[in-house]
Design a protein around this ligand. Structure first.
Ligand code: SAM
Length: 611
């Protein structure tokens, strides 16, 4: 498959007169960066490949010229032909709080400028009917310029933008984007690229490896305090990573942020290259911070909670074992390791329509208690969630048993990438995922609710927050002590799931509680499964369940840019309408349905941020 794909790519590049030996290293590097994602590289007739090749060529020439001038050996572009669960307690005995340094609020507040990373995104991009010639082009640009200055409200700052940047600088960035003549240097007349009908700057390919930046960041590579991850542009042996040898671009690319702790590497790619790499410590399993009381004991696992008489794979037995009782006498998983459709749909429905399901109200709610203020408020209610129960250590089956999915850890290749809609970092799979597939588990420090509250008070200015409350079973016991009301915080110690962004409706992941080692369910695992098929490189999202007006929600309300037509963030909607009241004149032909408006505003953010 990969071989055919390369042949196909070479047919295209031969058509452009590019020698195979020059293009093959470039092709190999693209595979590396995009996780062998063949389809993605093949898009638009191998445009990413052709772009990367010509970009390299241009830079190579620049290098040669520089080298000649200085009388040195011309700098040659390098060929890369030779290319190479358990819960240990943190600080428990010493009762020492985590160090001051590690409490430093984590932010991803660097500039959030990015290009749309998928071709589908360009479908809605704000573009005006295209210019046909240079003369027309300049007229068009003049018109756009005027329109923008007339119609953009002076306080046009409704959308997320880099901190400290004024709205006017943002507008001027858009002008710049529209005004800047593109250097059409990549394509020969033989190029298979379709002839442009839109201003070229607005129809750049989705992800271009080798994009030349006008203002490249000064620093290439990664600065990480903790853990000591490999520098973005170096290999194990300290050599420059082949990708950077060829591209010489200020991209940040880490092969594995999990430090080898996951079965599959989790890469990180910042296609722009000027984002600060997030500061946190990757842990593959949750760890108690200090006061949480998690009682794991074999004595507590009674006969009904395990299947000690089973052997091998429980799913292959004709009768479901005791561990299937929790899911209605049927296992939640199929023999292929996916969630059964009925179970999955029931979990999705519970998230989408919580009001149709059962809530419990505590008499002394740990959330209200942790606020520790004088105003006693009544419990807001906790949804009684469906649980998966997996076989575990007291069961007689083996580790390959089909009823052990989450505990086996991440098996899908995932990538952390910088989103283009102002959401910061996000996560995407490198391969397509089927419906009902386990993706990853929410991992973090296990905190008591009280500890989380105190932590949040201290770091109230954090831009991104990462806690989830483990309240799926709070209703089954009358009263929970502080040390039994728990949550997970991935802010300082967490896994890849800390990067998964929120989507108000139709997210492609659903979070499902999973009982593994603690039948009392004070602690449980929170696992993410796909709600439908997910394409390779499509961003993964889940519904945080945020009420955007609830200032006490553990994930502090942010301005939502999920882009879904049913976005619950009313502030965002108001801003969208405000923005569009000025834009509709500019795009006189635009429809004013809510969906179109949301999409247009969303694309506006992309266009503005793109520059
Ligand atoms: C669990 S973190 C997700 C990873 C985060 N984007 C990052 O860069 O580290 C949650 C934070 O991401 C941001 N975020 C997540 N979903 C978002 C959305 N739909 N719109 C805007 N920001 C979002 C918010 O700042 C939120 O506090």
């Amino acid at each position: 498959m990969a071989h055919n794909h390369m042949n196909e790519a070479l047919t295209v590049t031969r058509g452009l007169g590019i020698p195979d030996e020059e293009v093959i290293p470039v092709y190999k590097n693209l595979l590396k960066v995009y996780g062998d994602n063949l389809e993605f590289i093949a898009e638009e007739n191998y445009r990413a490949l052709v772009d990367a090749y010509f970009e390299q060529k241009d830079d190579s020439k620049e290098g040669e010229v520089k080298g000649m001038k200085s009388g040195k050996e011309p700098e040659r572009f390098l060929s890369v032909g030779k290319e190479e669960r358990v819960f240990p307690k943190l600080d428990h005995t010493s009762k020492k709080p985590i160090s001051k340094e590690s409490k430093t609020p984590l932010t991803s507040s660097g500039p959030q400028l990015s290009k749309p990373s998928k071709p589908s995104e360009s479908k809605y991009r704000l573009v005006h009917p295209p210019p046909r010639s240079n003369v027309e082009n300049s007229n068009f640009i003049e018109q756009v310029k005027n329109k923008i200055s007339l119609n953009t409200p002076p306080t046009a700052k409704p959308f997320d933008r880099p901190l400290g940047e004024s709205s006017s600088s943002h507008v001027s960035r858009e002008k710049k984007l529209l005004l800047k003549p593109r250097k059409e240097k990549h394509y020969s007349p033989l190029s298979p690229r379709p002839i442009s009908t839109i201003h070229p700057e607005l129809q750049k390919p989705p992800v271009k490896v080798g994009v030349k930046m006008d203002n490249p960041p000064l620093e290439v590579g990664v600065k990480m305090d903790n853990p000591p991850l490999k520098k973005a542009n170096t290999c194990e042996n300290g050599d420059t990573h082949p990708f950077f040898k060829v591209q010489k671009k200020p991209y940040n690319f880490l092969e594995d942020i999990s430090k080898g702790t996951e079965k599959v590497g989790i890469s990180l790619l910042d296609e722009i290259g000027n984002e600060r790499i997030p500061k946190f410590n990757y842990i593959p399993q949750s760890i108690i911070y200090q006061n949480a009381n998690i009682n794991i004991s074999l004595a507590r696992i009674v006969d009904e909670d395990c299947c000690s008489s089973c052997s091998g794979d429980c799913l292959s037995s004709s009768l479901p074992c005791a561990c299937a009782c929790e899911t209605g006498g049927e296992f939640a998983y199929t023999p292929q390791g996916l969630l059964k459709e009925k179970f999955l749909k029931a979990c999705i429905d519970m998230k989408e329509q919580p009001e149709d399901h059962h809530f419990v109200y505590c008499t002394d709610c740990p959330i209200e208690r942790s606020r520790n203020d004088d105003k006693f408020e009544k419990c807001k209610g906790h949804l009684v969630r469906k649980f998966i129960k997996e076989c575990w250590r007291k069961c007689g089956c083996d580790m390959k048993c089909g009823n052990r999915v989450v505990q086996r850890g991440i098996s899908r290749r995932l990538q952390v990438f910088f989103t283009s809609e102002g959401k910061g970092w996000g996560v995407r799979p490198l391969d397509p995922l089927p419906e009902g597939a386990f993706v990853c588990e929410y991992i973090g420090e296990v905190l008591t609710n009280m500890e989380l509250y105190n932590r949040n008070k201290k770091s109230s200015k954090d831009r991104h927050t990462y806690p989830v409350t483990l309240d799926a079973d709070w209703g089954s016991e009358g009263f929970l002590k502080d040390e039994e009301a728990l949550c997970l915080d991935g802010t300082y110690h967490g896994n890849v799931s800390r990067f998964i962004n929120h989507r108000c409706s139709d997210p492609n992941l659903v979070d499902i509680p999973v009982e593994v080692e603690t039948p009392d369910r004070h602690f449980y695992h929170l696992a993410f499964f796909t709600t439908r098929k997910v394409a390779a490189l499509e961003e993964l999202t889940w519904d945080y369940g945020i009420d955007f007006n609830d200032k006490y929600h553990p994930i502090k309300a942010f301005r939502c840019s999920c882009g879904s037509p049913n976005c619950r963030d009313k502030t965002r909607k108001r801003l969208v309408y405000y923005f569009l009241s000025s834009v509709t004149n500019f795009y006189g032909h635009c429809q004013t349905t809510e969906n179109t408006m949301t999409k247009l505003a969303y694309e506006y953010v992309i266009v503005v941020n793109s520059n």
